[in-house]
Design a protein around this ligand. Sequence first.
Ligand SMILES: Cc1ncc(COP(=O)(O)O)c(C=O)c1O
Length: 381
Amino acid sequence: MRDRLGRECLYVPSCRLGLYVALRHWCPPGGRVLMSPVNDDVILFVVLAAGLRPVQAPLDPRDGSLDAAAVPEETWRGLSAVLTTNLYGNPDPAPALRARCDRSGIALIEDAAHAIGSEVAGRPVGTFGDAAVFSLSKHTAAKAGGFLAVADPGLREALAKSRDALLEPPRRTAELAYWARPYAEAAVRGLRLAPAAWAVLRMLGRQERADIRMPLRPDALGRAVAAAPALDAFHSWVRVDLHDYRTDAGGPRRARIGRKLARLDDVLARHLAGTRTLLASPWARPGPGPVQPLFRVPLLVEDRDAARAALARARIPVGYLYDPPLDDYAGAAFTEPSPAPEAARWFAAHALPVDPLRADRALRVLAESGTRPARGGPGGV
Ligand SMILES: Cc1ncc(COP(=O)(O)O)c(C=O)c1O
């Protein structure tokens, strides 16, 4: 990753832990952080855990990127940082955000979880911020691991210390579960047991989302916010989908992550090819920039839930849905709402993030199920 980015990098067991470390380092407790409302709810809880107030930004309805120009002047005043999302791999306008953060003297932190192969203005996503955090659970599908990349190499040691203070030691049971998981999943797929297996996982409490968003539990969340900054108080929200998010990797886990990362260029080439296929379909609205090796391609469809169900029947799961936007989900008690929420609402309701590695099959199912492209959209999009 250092060679790819030309930046000093630090291994972290998950992107979310790396973001927590970065937010604690660059933002004083009580600070305000501009972020995207169309984002994983886990990231909202990471910002809250860092003792910060999330501020939701207006979005571009074409690709869900941050609309920097639509952020009102009064919102910029009093911000401690901007946190980008690079949703599904579509880059946020990093050069404009970098310039604006420099003018305001605040940090730019890039969440590059979805954007490990994306570029903007000819540079990799993750090379604009004071810090950038990558997830190896996404393109590389290692289901663990990530990197915190920093602009100032002199900070590496201090950040490593902060990370180490948060790590839990590798546990034999966790290592074993990590090792066994791909085999168990292959068996479930091979035996066509997926719905039953998910029901069992839900029963065992390892599948915490019955819906797209996890339950907010506002009373408990209020108590956690009063204890922030503190990761422990937010454990039950931050661990969702990745219980080992702060567990140091043992030998076998490191070895598998290393093998997966070594194949990254091949994976990116396949994501790029699938992205091209999906962007040429009637459900796509390609943005103005060059095509990226997207993690997911947000097709825009009229009835998202029906399209998702049609894909599920064909055994093509659609995850990474972020609906409703975080300000509608969490309310003003836990986040400052966006000054222009319509574009985010429209995008969140219509985006169908399709895995580019399953492009051909997904397009066949969408055609056969009569899925219609989304009509309209804010601003005539
Ligand atoms: C935009 C975004 N950022 C960060 C993360 C967290 O990544 P990790 O699971 O490696 O902590 C996710 C997880 O899905 C995500 O969607």
